[in-house]
Write a protein that binds this ligand. Structure first.
Ligand code: ADP
Ligand code: MG
Length: 288
């Protein structure tokens, strides 16, 4: 049976908007030595602003924005919201068919009889689309139409106000290693990681490679030490399921993510992780 103290701890956590799915996870929170973060929507706001639209030769700026907005019509990725918002006009669903979201890459879709691709550089390379790589600071969404490069849209995300506090607070509670996994470029990943004081950044990862990173970590640590992964539940449900403690954050993620998670943080504040581990440590003092 579960010691009474665990119920007190679970109740205290729930009053802070943190749902812990059982006493065993509260206990596991006590032994977290490594915290692994997803980037977009977890450490960053995930509400991007379009900062630049760069059409290829022979493509109009408005045409590029329109085709990418249509490509993103059915996506719930934060990138998609920002591009639809920048386009601003109403989208006619009947113009889009054969929608395919390629996790970690982007979108393929039929739009007004044309095949449109919208996503990262990896998607372009995978599909054999050639383009000139330019140095860019933000996240880049590349587009192609019927096999020809159509240009790129630059978008900028922002680090959440309390992400740096969260990293500092975790260190104080004895977390020895912080890691960020991202599907974004190393240029963007390193910038975010450095400004937050995160120990390691692994970038350009597909969702399945994030799972492999977790498995490598699990294989290389002592069984007593726990690995926590926290993500926003978009694209990262398999990672949530694989970590010793999977934390879904923001309440925006899919039902599947909430189901796969061991802990659900209802707000979008990463500092709630510090609160959760703090409660787990106080609960332990009461139980033992
Ligand atoms: P993160 O690991 O930062 O949370 P994701 O795994 O969600 O990022 O996505 C990885 C990358 O895949 C994004 O940075 C983007 O380049 C590309 N991508 C994913 N979904 C989309 C989309 N709907 N439209 C355009 N690009 C996308
Ligand atoms: Mg993500």
């Amino acid at each position: 049976s579960i010691p009474l103290g665990f119920f007190g701890g679970i109740g205290a956590a729930s009053r802070q908007g943190i749902l812990v799915k059982g006493g065993n996870y509260l206990e596991a929170l006590n032994s977290v030595g490594i915290v692994v973060f997803d980037k977009t929507g977890t450490l960053t706001k995930g509400s991007f602003d379009v900062t630049e639209v760069r059409p290829a030769d022979n493509v109009e700026r408005s045409e590029l924005l329109e085709m990418v907005a249509y490509a993103e019509l059915h996506s719930n990725h934060p990138i998609a919201d920002s591009i639809r918002k920048a386009y601003g006009k109403e989208l006619d669903e009947s113009k889009v068919s054969d929608y395919e979201e390629i996790s970690g890459y982007g979108i393929r879709v039929q739009w007004s009889g044309k095949t449109v691709l919208a996503g990262n550089a990896k998607l372009m390379r995978k599909e054999g689309i050639s383009f000139g790589e330019e140095d860019s600071f933000g996240t880049v969404v590349h587009a192609a139409v019927d096999g020809h490069y159509a240009g790129q849209i630059l978008i900028a995300d922002e680090i959440k106000a309390d992400s740096a506090d969260a990293i500092r607070g975790l260190k104080k509670l004895g977390v020895r290693r912080t890691i960020m996994l991202t599907g974004d470029t190393s240029r963007v990943g390193d910038k975010v990681g450095r400004s937050l004081g995160i120990d390691e950044v692994h970038a350009e990862l597909l969702p399945e490679q994030k799972v492999e990173e977790i498995e490598k970590l699990i294989g290389s640590k002592s069984p007593k030490e726990k690995i926590l992964f926290v993500g926003d539940g978009i694209n990262d449900t398999p990672v949530l399921a694989r970590a010793d403690v999977g934390v879904a954050m923001g309440g925006l993620g899919s039902d599947a993510a909430i189901e796969a998670a061991d802990v659900v943080i209802m707000t979008d504040e990463p500092s709630k992780l510090v609160t959760a581990i703090g409660i787990a440590k106080r609960t332990r003092r009461i139980v033992w």
